[in-house]
Design a protein around this ligand. Structure first.
Ligand code: IMP
Length: 200
């Protein structure tokens, strides 16, 4: 069976990717299983640049088909923040959520529009080919954290499609509508093709 390396050290993301790709005939390896130290510095200015940097770095070192994503939360009244800085907006997940909630204090629900964006990059180190896809999920920032599921900003992200926050949603519910699932859905056909093709 062919191997696909997922270039992330985020356990929450990895579990979601594994679940979404479970029907593909592929052995998915996580970075932590590779026994190699690879610097995943996010020096790009866009999700796309960061995902491509990670995919090329990991694919270049491992020589294996690589999937990398970069994602984040965009809040309209915060002029798009935290955006590409989502993972670094404050030291801990709880503090990041608190910071966003504080910045939105007094803003009515209707104006608390936000979206999660995910850019997925598949990199084939043999052909050097790069395939990119974006997934988006629209929602609202709540006035307090709700639910303990998921990771990151999930407890403060209300999804009208689910009628609850991502923190209150089951993994199956989140994976039905999430930015990550939507981006992966777009590269799934390409991945299937590569996995069946001898040169990948
Ligand atoms: P990166 O893609 O590793 O740079 O991290 C993106 C950051 O955005 C994560 O650390 C989270 O803070 C946030 N984020 C991305 N996707 C999600 C999600 O599905 N739920 C909650 N937070 C997310």
């Amino acid at each position: 069976m062919k191997e696909l390396v997922v270039a992330t050290r985020n356990e929450g993301k990895l579990l979601e990717v594994l679940d979404i790709l479970k029907d593909l005939p592929v052995k998915v390896s996580a970075l932590k299983d590779m026994g190699q130290l690879i610097d995943l510095e996010e020096s790009g200015k866009t999700f796309e640049e960061n995902a491509a940097i990670k995919a090329r770095a990991v694919g270049g070192v491992t020589g294996k088909l690589t999937l990398a994503d970069d994602s984040g939360l965009i809040v309209d009244v915060l002029k798009g923040r935290p955006g590409v800085y989502s993972a670094r907006y404050a030291p801990t997940s709880e503090e990041r959520n608190e910071k966003v909630l504080k910045e939105l204090q007094g803003v009515p629900f209707k104006k608390r529009t936000a979206r999660f964006v995910c850019v997925m990059v598949v990199y084939n180190p043999i052909t050097k080919e790069v395939k990119t896809a974006e997934g988006v999920v629209e929602g609202y920032i709540t006035d307090r954290p709700k639910g303990k599921g998921g990771f990151g900003y999930d407890p403060i992200f209300y999804s009208p499609e689910l009628g609850k926050t991502f923190g209150e949603a089951s993994a199956e519910e989140k994976n039905r509508v999430s930015h990550r699932a939507r981006a992966l859905g777009k590269v799934r056909g390409y991945l299937r093709y590569l996995l069946q093709n001898e040169k990948s």
